[in-house]
Design a protein around this ligand. Sequence first.
Ligand code: NAP
Length: 249
Amino acid sequence: MLTFNNRTALITGAGRGIGKAIAETLARHGVTVICVSKSADSCGATAAAITAAGGKARALAVDVADGGAVAQAAETVLKEFPVIDILVNNAGITRDGLLFRMSEADWDDVIATNLTSCFHWTKPLGRPMTRARWGRIVNITSVSGVMGNAGQANYSAAKAGMIGLTKTLAREFAARNVTVNAVAPGFIRTDMTTEFVNNAEVAAKVLEAVPLKRFGEAADIASMVAFLCSEQAGYITGQVFNVDGGMAM
Ligand code: NAP
């Protein structure tokens, strides 16, 4: 049984897929969840579903790649909740292509959305968290950031950057009892992967690299994140947890 002591969490990319599963799982444990996504409709739908199920949730539409917008959103959130105890940096995009065909815009968008967004959120929310001397930060990276992946130079670089950020902040925040960890999903069945999950030929090829021979579900990632955010995980920091069916051994 995991314990959470009525904490408050902010989860980016909570409108769909993995982020939505994380928000729903934390809410089931009594955590008040602030669901962030780019479109108001998608975070609104997640927050409404959580509230309808008896949980406590808010929706917040903000483009995490826009530093000014994140600063403003964080200020608004901190007016209502003086401390956000749990931050899950999960929002992410892909713009795949081999390096010679990759545009600078695709490089910049992926770095800004996946990596720089973590910097934008952690600065304002990390300060009250460290003052409170209790906190959990979980960054959702990827097997691509751990192993590299042809066609994903931008995404692999962003996700590997998140791992470096995780380990550094774990060291910076440790004295304040704030843990910082990363979770690296493999191939998870979400909107991000529908293109190859639903193509039998491509799916079979992809699964050759997965020892457990199946795609993961968003709930597989949410369980690991919930554990890392609980009281029980207080002695774990600076780690990367691969939840990938055994891909990155
Ligand atoms: P998804 O189904 O495509 O959902 C992405 C979520 O991120 C959406 O809620 C989206 O908002 C939000 N988002 C994207 N760009 C944003 C922006 N600029 N500002 C605010 N929100 C933004 O993705 P997913 O598969 O759940 O992936 C979640 C995380 O896991 C990502 O970081 C991804 O890189 C990582 N990951 C996924 C897999 C996988 O196989 N699925 C594998 C490894 C790592 P809207 O709903 O408003 O569009």
